[in-house]
Design a protein around this ligand. Structure first.
Ligand code: PMP
Length: 285
């Protein structure tokens, strides 16, 4: 089936979808994005994703391309046209197209908007969740505003590639004090020996993951022990469980870190339960 992309007001065949070479996303990575889960043809946590997009745009003083409601309609239409039952919808907004120059283009320059959707390989994802994934640690060499979901992802690309070359699915980024910030494309979690869930608090050092925020709500609902604080790589090696969260992987158990088994080397009970119950806490629209 042919894929369809939304580009600046039009639905076009994916292979023909284009923005210009002077687009600031291409020239400067001057753009932001969102990845929203699609489940049963519906958007998952659209409201939280729209709020984060709004924040990213405001932090970078970028114009809103359209109202959140209109963008929601485009996202749903892109999902419908691509017949995505379970997968993701991707939204990218850049500061638009203008002759290459560092300062912002003149007010009124229209932002570029691209929306695409694609189905998950559900069988592969579930197999991964049943087996758990390996992660490796790498130094976090990113800038100080990674709370903004910008398309400038080169350090994340290099980290993910390093992970793949070591046979791992994800890289955990480590600050200069030996503490894990987050994954290259996910938030990082451990469960301590005494059963407490630990993840790094929100700051300029991590992306405020939507999946993370839903898991925080789920933990509160279930009355589980929770500590929002940084944890070290050493602590992670000694943890009972580890997992990552993201809109595309949901709650994904981690079974090894730098080649050392986590706990007994199998997906943890808490991570597996959070994965199973995740959508009971999520919002569908
Ligand atoms: N951190 C980073 C660096 C990411 O790229 C992502 C996924 N976009 C996340 C965390 C997880 O965020 P979310 O749960 O909103 O997908």
């Amino acid at each position: 089936m042919s894929r369809i992309a939304y580009v600046n007001g039009q639905y076009v065949p994916h292979g023909q979808a284009q923005v210009g070479i002077e687009d600031r996303g291409y020239q400067f990575a001057d753009g932001v994005y969102e990845v929203c889960e699609v489940r049963g043809f519906r958007l998952v946590d659209e409201r939280r994703h729209m709020a984060r997009l709004d924040r990213s745009l405001r932090e970078l003083r970028m114009a809103h391309p359209m109202t959140p409601k209109a963008l929601g309609i485009v996202m749903r239409e892109t999902v419908r046209r691509n017949r995505v039952r379970d997968g993701i919808v991707y939204v990218q907004v850049t500061r638009g197209e203008m002759r290459r120059d560092f300062p912002f283009p003149p007010d009124g320059t229209p932002p570029s908007v691209v929306v695409t959707a694609r189905s998950h390989d559900t069988v592969k994802l579930e197999k991964q969740a049943a087996e758990g994934i390996a992660v490796v640690t790498v130094p976090d060499i990113r800038w100080q505003r990674v709370d903004i979901k910008s398309v400038a992802l080169l350090p994340n690309v290099l980290a993910k590639q390093a992970a793949r070359e070591q046979g791992a699915r994800e890289a955990w980024l480590v600050d200069d004090q030996g503490r894990v910030t987050e994954g290259a494309s996910s938030n990082a979690w451990i469960v301590t020996r005494d059963g407490k869930l630990v993840t790094r608090p929100l700051s300029g050092d991590i992306l405020p993951g939507i999946t993370r925020s839903v898991v925080v709500d789920l933990i509160a609902r279930e009355g589980l022990g929770f500590e929002e604080r940084p944890f070290t790589v050493q602590e992670a090696y000694a943890a009972r469980e580890a997992f990552v969260t993201s809109a595309s992987q949901l709650v994904m158990p981690v079974v090894s870190i730098d080649g050392r088994p986590v706990g007994n080397g199998a997906p943890g009970l808490i991570a597996s339960a959070l994965r199973r119950d995740y959508h009971s806490q999520a919002e569908f629209s």
